[in-house]
Write a protein that binds this ligand. Structure first.
Ligand SMILES: *Cc1c(COP(=O)(O)O)cnc(C)c1O
Length: 421
């Protein structure tokens, strides 16, 4: 039996209806931008394995540092102990994070980093004798699959069965030229209620909502209003963090800084699961007290795993290198050129680019996980390119190390797919 067959015996895959989707391609190794299946057919990882391995798979500099760390310290409890990789990571991050950030709290994945931020906001007011029970989040937001993260997410395909069990969340339309006045008015009314603990948002790009993009000027206004109303703001940069939008953090496109930033995905360069909730001194100070109970009683067994921290440090070194920064600019420029080329095609409804993210909406009606979407997916895989269309949106977010000719392969299949739909 090959892996594809053995898989079906015991494994239950994420986001999968197994009755409709029984076979899973086995990827047995990966290197650079390439994934290899068990028959040694290779595929370009056009979405960087869900925006994680931005420096390519198995980057030698990351692998060698993690191997060295493995010989020194594998794992230790982070409650009561500290260790060099966590300290070094915090110092390196502080050097590039928006200046308001002063503290870092570890957890295991994007969803938990959001849950941590939500719990911090609620307890921030609780510790000051206030009960603020509402949270503001954008329409079609995606913040993860744990209960807190699900509550603030607005995509019902994920959340339907659990709606009765979620936190109280007020939905705000994502601002654009047309609705901006209405959005600001509604936001003001919500803030004025005095019941809102936090506003959580994916800055500039909503990944799961088909790479939906909004303008920094509009978000700036919302952040400023929240700051004036003393409502905490949480930038979920789990997807956008570490260069995807062209700057290290999407939050850098606004003047008003958030109170908290959630990070995961490419934090460890795709090597290990780990996440961070970064916060301002003001947030930290609300928990700093002689009373034990005012502390933040949240912790995960693997918090700040030394191997994950080491991968993150090596990733940050690469991100800061001239090579990687010029790669990011190069991909951005090539995306803009491809956009110019493809945007007037009759089958293309809309295109958008932010940093290394390119997305195009096909001018056809399509279900998010329907047949046509699957046909597109298989078409790309046949051609040796791994892309995951979201409904009628085809997008790429390639590893920064992708070469120009490898990028051309992605653009080519994107253009060819317009002929089959
Ligand atoms: C992926 C993602 C999450 C959830 O992260 P997981 O590691 O999958 O739990 C949260 N927020 C955003 C913006 C994401 O893209």
């Amino acid at each position: 039996m090959n892996y594809k067959e053995r898989d079906q015996k015991h494994l239950w895959h994420p986001l999968t209806q197994h009755k409709l989707h029984q076979e899973h391609l086995a990827v047995v190794r990966a290197e650079g931008v390439w994934l290899y299946d068990e028959e040694d057919k290779r595929y370009i990882d056009g979405i960087s394995s869900w925006y994680t391995c931005m420096y390519g798979h198995s980057h030698p500099k990351i692998i060698s540092k993690v191997k060295q760390q493995l010989d020194v310290l594998d794992q230790v409890v982070f409650s009561g102990f500290t260790h060099p990789p966590a300290i070094e990571l915090s110092e390196k991050l502080m050097a590039i994070l928006p200046s308001k950030m002063t503290k870092i709290f570890f957890s295991d994945n994007g969803s938990t980093s959001v849950d941590v931020a939500i719990k911090m906001s609620l307890q921030y007011y609780f510790n000051q004798g206030q009960k603020r029970k509402r949270i503001i989040a954008f329409d079609k937001a995606f913040h993860g699959d744990t209960f807190g993260a699900m509550s603030v997410s607005g995509l019902s395909v994920y959340n339907g069965p659990f709606e009765d069990f979620l936190l109280t969340v007020e939905r705000l339309e994502v601002p654009n030229e047309q609705n901006i006045t209405a959005v600001l008015n509604r936001f003001k009314d919500l803030l004025d209620s005095g019941e809102v603990a936090a506003f959580i948002y994916e800055p500039l790009v909503q990944g799961a909502a088909s790479m939906n993009m909004h303008q920094p000027e509009h978000l700036e206004k919302l952040l400023k209003m929240a700051e004036e109303a003393d409502v905490l703001t949480i930038a979920d940069e789990v997807m956008t963090g570490f260069g995807k939008t062209g700057k290290n953090f999407a939050s850098e496109y606004m003047h008003t800084q958030p109170d908290m930033i959630c990070l995961s995905k490419s934090l460890t360069a795709g090597v290990a699961p780990m996440a961070l909730t970064c916060c301002s001194q003001r947030v930290y100070d609300a928990f700093y007290d002689d009373q034990m109970s005012k502390g933040f009683f949240h912790g995960h067994t693997y918090s700040a795993n030394p191997l994950a921290c080491t991968a993150a440090i090596a990733g940050l070194d690469l991100l800061g290198s001239e090579e990687m920064q010029s790669n990011i600019q190069r991909i951005h420029k090539r995306h803009l050129e491809f956009e110019q080329h493809i945007r007037s095609h009759t089958k293309v409804k809309q295109t958008r680019v932010s940093g290394v993210i390119f997305a195009m909406d096909l001018d056809i009606e399509m279900e998010r996980y329907g047949n046509l979407r699957d046909q597109l997916y298989h078409f790309f895989m046949e051609k040796g390119v791994f892309l995951r269309p979201l409904g009628n949106t085809v997008y790429t977010l390639p590893p920064y190390i992708i070469s120009d000719s490898e990028l051309d392969l992605i653009y080519d299949v994107m253009e060819q797919c317009l002929e089959i739909v």
